[in-house]
Every structure is written in C-alpha cells, then in structure tokens.
Design a protein around this ligand. Sequence first.
Ligand SMILES: Cc1cc2nc3c(=O)[nH]c(=O)nc-3n(C[C@H](O)[C@H](O)[C@H](O)COP(=O)(O)OP(=O)(O)OC[C@H]3O[C@@H](n4cnc5c(N)ncnc54)[C@H](O)[C@@H]3O)c2cc1C
Length: 408
Amino acid sequence: MPGTAPARTVLIAGAGIAGPALAYWLRERGFEPTVAERAPALRTGGWAIDVRGAATEVAARMGLAGAVRAAAVETRSISLVAPDGRRGARLGAGALSPSGRDVELLRTDLARLLHGASADGTEYLFGTAVTGVEDLGDRVRADFDTAPPREFDLVVGADGLHSPVRSAVFGPEERHSRFLGAYLSVFTMENHLRLDREVLLYNTPGMLAALRGEDPDERAYAILAMRSGEGEPVRHRDAGAQRAALHERFAGTGWEVPAILEGLDRSGDLYFDSATQIRMDRWSRGRVVLLGDAGYCPSPLSGQGSSLALVGAYVLAGELAEAGGDHRRAFAGYEAEMRGFVRRNQKIAQAGMDFLLPATRTGLRVRSLGMRAAAGLPALARFSSKMDRASTAIALKEYPGAPRRAAG
Ligand SMILES: Cc1cc2nc3c(=O)[nH]c(=O)nc-3n(C[C@H](O)[C@H](O)[C@H](O)COP(=O)(O)OP(=O)(O)OC[C@H]3O[C@@H](n4cnc5c(N)ncnc54)[C@H](O)[C@@H]3O)c2cc1C
C-alpha cells in the first residue's frame, strides 16, 4: 500500500536558522536530509538575535552551548539618544535577560554554527531554489530552478516568512499572514561613532533609528524601522523600493540619520522585511510540513523567531524518530507539542512594538521614564519576564536516537 514505508529522505527548503538545525537533528535520528538554499552561500546580515529559554537547551543538546556562548555579543549598554546625540535613559548589560541564561549573538554567527554542525552527513545545495512541490502520495516531487526535479519521502518548508513551499501547498501568503503595521531593516555600515559594545536608539513617534557597535574598529549594525499602515506595502524582494521607502520616511529626521541613510545606500547586506506573523490552522499537508518562520513567524518584534525555529527543528525531527518515520503521526505530534509554545511567543510581538516603536510622543516619554526608573524598569521588566515565561513554555521531550551531549 502506498504511503506506509517509513520516511528516510527529507528535502528541507531553506538554509536559514530552521533548516540547518533540522538537518542536524534529522541526521542524528538516522534520516537523510538534503537542504536546498536559494542564495548562493549562507546568507549573512541581520542584527543580533536571541537564543532564549528552551532554545538554549536545544543548542546545548546539539553540543553548541560553548560555541554559542563564545559568539555572544557583549552589550555594555543600550541608551536612548536625543537628536543632538546626548545619551538619555540607559539600560545596563543583561537587562533583557533576567535569568542570565539567554544568549544574544549575531544572526550570521548562529547561521554559521548551525551550518557547521549539520554539514557532515547533510547534502547542501546552495544556489538552488525550490520552485514547486507535488505530493505523489508515497513520495514528494520537488522542482528546482537550477537542477532537475527529484523525489523525496518528505519535504519541509523552512524557507522563511515568504515561504514559496507554503504558497505552493497551502495557498497565497495573504491567507496566512497578519501584518503588524511596521517594517524593519538591518544593514552594516561604517562605525563612524566608534561604538564599543554599545547600542544607541533614536526614536521619533512611530520610527526608530539604531546603531550597534561591537568593536570601534569593525563595522557597525544599523536599524531603520517604521510603523506603517496596511495601505503602503513594500515588496520584500525589491531592495530599490525598500531603500526608497526608508529615504522617504527618514529624510529630515535628526541625530545620525543622514549618515545612516548614506550607509544604507552603500550597504551590500540589507535585510528588510515587514513585521508580519504567520498564523495557520495546520502546518502540514500530506508529506509536506512547515518549520520556523514559514509556518509560524512571530515577527522580529517578538525577538523569538530563532528560538521557535530551533525548538521546532528539535521537536519535528524527534517526533519523526519517535513515530519510526510515520509522517502522519509525527506531524500530529509536532503540532501538538509546538502549538501552545508558538501561540505564547507570538503574543510577545505587541510588547516589542511598544518598546521599540512607541507611536506617540506620550508613548516615547512613558518608555523613557520606565527606563530611567532604574530599579523598577516597569515596562522593560514586564516585557522581559513575559519573554522569559514564553520562551520556556515547552517541556522538551527526550527522543530516540541518542543525541550527543553538550560539551560546553
Ligand atoms: C539575511 C537575514 C537577516 C535576518 N535578520 C534578522 C534580524 O536582524 N532580526 C530578526 O529578528 N530576524 C532576522 N531574520 C529572520 C530570522 O532569521 C528568522 O525570523 C528566524 O531565525 C527563523 O528562521 P527561519 O530559518 O525560519 O527563516 P530565515 O532565517 O528567514 O531563513 C529562510 C531561508 O530560506 C531561503 N529560501 C527562501 N525561499 C527559498 C526557496 N524557494 N528555496 C530554497 N531556499 C529558500 C532564504 O534564502 C533563507 O536563507 C533574518 C533573516 C535573514 C534571511
């Protein structure tokens, strides 16, 4: 009878954070992963991202605890700045991780570590986009832009917020996406302020310009973010339109914004996307399943995208192993384990929006007062303890396949 043979070969679309993490775990559990990535090499760029709560445990079970900690960014302070550059309210190191367990590292570094950990035993196809998938009942046929079609037992869409696999199998993005009303861009530029392990935030109502410097002699990371109504969409793969939209909104704002806009024009690593969540009733259909942002993007405003991807990868591979490769049972188990965890973490985005992009002058004053009330830090403390609770809101099962234990 077709469809009863246990799954072995798995195509993963996307070598971001979720894809390589899943490849690692599938290989550990005895499956044969192939990862197809549209970009010609691992994509770099992006701000520092968080590995929090249960995701730190997943990293440890991958044997990456030491490497992740070694790559952690050391932020000495986060300060609000006035238009003339004067530092205002300031948060010291660790303010966003009261537990001290969570790690913040550059996205590029996390992607590199996950790729390195999974490379041995995984077939990586860079410069190869998945352009279509067809469930044949007992196999799935995948089409690629630069390679002939191939068949796999299962296909996983780990291809990000704008997942082509999701569109092919579950219909157009608009059906599943919820725009939260903001756009966010990240790029590197000259560290002209010679910032040293420091983050500066400059806000006007509904807008944020930020700079992060790790080392005065290295490039700085810049953020330009803006609230925006539904009526003015910016296309996610049109860097020219994205730069134009940022120039239009940020022209004439104070502080270092003119220098940041110059940096934007020269940057070769612009990451720009909408703050959008993906909410779906189910993450699988037949032999195709979604992982990470493709299935349940919480948006960068939640700070939890990478943690959901890491935990999702661990659970999906584990459930496949526990079900002996029976994808129906495994996908049901994956959904059952992950649903509540995803829901809790998606809820955080609104608090992130209020903290990073206050909409009004009053909102800006309230945040500044909150940051100044050093001991109480009301807004921030509420935000970080919410994150703390959400990021640990899953009990990680032990799965068959005896993963290697953490070294560091
Ligand atoms: C360059 C970059 C920078 C980012 N910077 C930030 C940041 O600063 N802050 C933040 O909160 N989040 C950022 N993100 C998003 C963050 O990485 C994710 O929210 C989170 O880590 C979940 O990861 P993911 O693997 O599900 O998705 P992603 O990290 O988005 O990875 C998806 C991958 O799929 C690939 N892909 C897409 N379509 C196809 C296809 N058809 N075939 C094959 N491959 C495909 C993409 O090229 C990408 O490498 C960034 C993402 C990228 C790609």
